[in-house]
Design a protein. Structure first.
Length: 189
């Protein structure tokens, strides 16, 4: 158990370093120094920087995918599904702002699992798009350009990791409600 805890600590510290310096600029030696350990000890817990990046990005992408699957399988209205997606993004981002920076900025450095990640991302975007299409067909959402709606919503949600850490007394339920109102009011009939 202790080994897993140390591994998670290493991954979290690496995510923070990746956000601050960028994935390419961080070395395993930088990580070991930040962790207060020797590089050789670091390798007892993790094999490479690439392994860390995969762990960060793939675990977050799968968490989004699983959340989207639950939302899509619900019997909620399209508007409620959009609200649930916003809440999903706030929830995941608030728990891992550093990891979200890697997900957004470092995904192209993935080796071995890049195709898998791109598949997850494409499927997520398609599911999001289909909720919008369904909302239009049910007359819940204005009949406007779906790609513009998708881009607008996703751009805001994907950049939450930049904004959330700057708010000290953030009420996540209130943020979810306010963000839903602001983002969806423009497309809600």
């Amino acid at each position: 158990m202790k080994s897993e805890t140390r591994r998670e600590e290493i991954i979290q510290t690496a995510a923070q370093l990746f956000k601050e310096k960028g994935f390419s600029a961080v070395t395993m030696r930088d990580l070991a120094t930040t962790m207060g350990m020797k590089a050789a000890s670091l390798y007892n817990h993790i094999s490479s920087k690439q392994e860390i990046l995969k762990e960060i990005i793939i675990s977050l992408a799968e968490e989004f995918t699983n959340g989207m699957e639950q939302i899509n399988n619900s019997n909620q209205s399209s508007i409620q599904k959009l609200k649930d997606i916003i809440a999903l993004h706030i929830n995941i981002t608030s728990k891992n702002t550093y990891g979200m920076a890697s997900l957004n900025n470092d995904w192209m450095h993935l080796e071995g699992q890049l195709q898998y990640y791109l598949e997850l991302r494409t499927n997520y975007e398609n599911d999001f798009r289909n909720i919008l299409i369904d909302g239009i067909s049910k007359n819940e959402i204005i009949d406007s350009d779906i790609e513009t709606m998708l881009f607008s919503l996703l751009s805001t949600l994907r950049s939450l990791y930049l904004w959330i850490p700057k708010k000290e007394d953030l009420n996540f339920e209130e943020l979810s409600k306010n963000l839903s109102t602001i983002l969806i009011s423009g497309i809600n009939k």
